[in-house]
Write a protein of this length. Structure first.
Length: 194
């Protein structure tokens, strides 16, 4: 059975984006610092990493569907309609922009986060659903449809920007599933307890 898994790089003080996170500056100032562990260089190139965390890129590429927030997908023009070659589901109360008509793998879901997750899980089959976007993750937690969190905690304090759990409406208990500690990041996998 598939699981829905949030994958997120985050500063020690909880930021997933830096200051000035606007469409012209996706992720804000210093955003790529949160992704250096993955092998991204400051100019956006990818240099594969080795060691304990090297399996994470393959794990994300092995997912069966993506559930991503509208803000996330619009900042990257829906990855040109193809992220890992799997269906992309976007929960939104507004209709999509015109570019989505060119992307057959992208589906906007207007009847809520639970419906969007059900559709993503059905499309994923026995593979996991890759969840992206802070707001979307919070709504999925509140609705009880987020199963796991894979947090890549980066040893940096951003001091400002966009936090992952800025507006949590209730307490959520988590169970630590695994921890990999590397010089670039501490990778913590949590299971959401229900």
């Amino acid at each position: 059975m598939s699981a829905s898994v949030l994958y997120m790089s985050m500063s020690v003080d909880g930021y997933i984006a830096g200051p000035n996170d606007v469409p012209a500056n996706p992720g804000g100032d210093g955003f790529m610092r949160l992704h250096e562990w993955y092998g991204f260089t400051p100019d956006g190139e990818v240099v594969p990493k080795s060691g304990p965390a090297e399996h994470f890129p393959e794990e994300t590429r092995a997912t069966g569907a993506i559930l991503a927030g509208r803000r996330t997908v619009e900042q990257v023009d829906h990855w040109g309609g193809d992220s890992h070659g799997v269906p992309i589901f976007v929960p939104s109360h507004r209709p999509p922009g015109p570019s989505v008509a060119n992307y057959p793998l992208v589906t906007y879901v207007s009847d809520g986060i639970a419906s969007a997750m059900a559709q993503a899980k059905a499309a994923a089959g026995d593979r996991n659903v890759f969840v992206l976007g802070g707001y979307t993750a919070q709504r999925a937690l509140e609705a009880g449809v987020l199963d796991e969190l894979q947090i890549h905690q980066i040893p940096v304090l951003f001091g400002g920007g966009r936090r992952l759990f800025d507006v949590s409406s209730s307490r959520v208990e988590l169970e630590i599933v695994r921890v990999f500690d590397t010089p670039e990041a501490t990778h913590i996998r949590y299971r959401v307890l229900r």
